[in-house]
Design a protein around this ligand. Structure first.
Ligand SMILES: [Cu+2]
Length: 165
């Protein structure tokens, strides 16, 4: 386990989330993401495929890696991600801030079968391919990770740098 880089307050926040996780069992999961102003989130918003300036293919493997795992985009850019599961087990790619991803990770531990349909995420059975179209409206870092049990901890994560325009 590589939890050493979390601060005590982060761990406490995660514990608190786990304790309040029951609220998500029956409720609407999207409610956990905070504000909803036309789909705009802390990391951007769902994109329109026809407006994508690029297609980036990301492969997911059973050695818990994304290829590529470091991606650079420009603020305002819409990217079409083709995500391929080249492994023998289920994998996913969830876009989010690091904080959101860690919160989801805790929920997945409590409710491993929870599958939610969100435009910022794709879950794929072995051999399958899917896509995410996303517009990066804010400069900074956007993270992505696989929240299947143990995968993030094994290093299944990546980062997208959104350069200021
Ligand atoms: Cu995975």
């Amino acid at each position: 386990m590589r939890f050493t880089r979390f601060t005590v307050s982060q761990l406490l926040a995660m514990a608190a989330l786990a304790a309040s996780g029951a609220a998500f069992a029956s409720g609407n999961h999207a409610g956990g993401h905070g504000h909803d102003d036309g789909g705009e989130t802390a990391i951007g918003k769902p994109g329109v495929a026809a407006k994508a300036s690029r297609t980036i293919t990301i492969e997911m493997s059973d050695n818990m890696r994304y290829t590529p795992s470091n991606i650079q985009v420009k603020q305002g850019e819409t990217v079409r991600f083709i995500v391929k599961n080249a492994g023998q087990v289920k994998h996913e790619l969830s876009l989010g801030t690091e904080k959101e991803l860690l919160e989801h990770l805790e929920q997945m531990k409590k409710f491993p079968d929870m599958e939610h349909d969100e435009p910022s995420k794709v879950t794929l059975q072995p051999g399958k391919q899917g896509e995410i179209v996303w517009q990066f409206t804010k400069a900074g870092a956007v993270n992505f990770a696989c929240l299947m049990p143990g995968h993030y901890e094994a290093g299944m994560k990546g980062a997208i740098k959104v350069g200021r325009k």
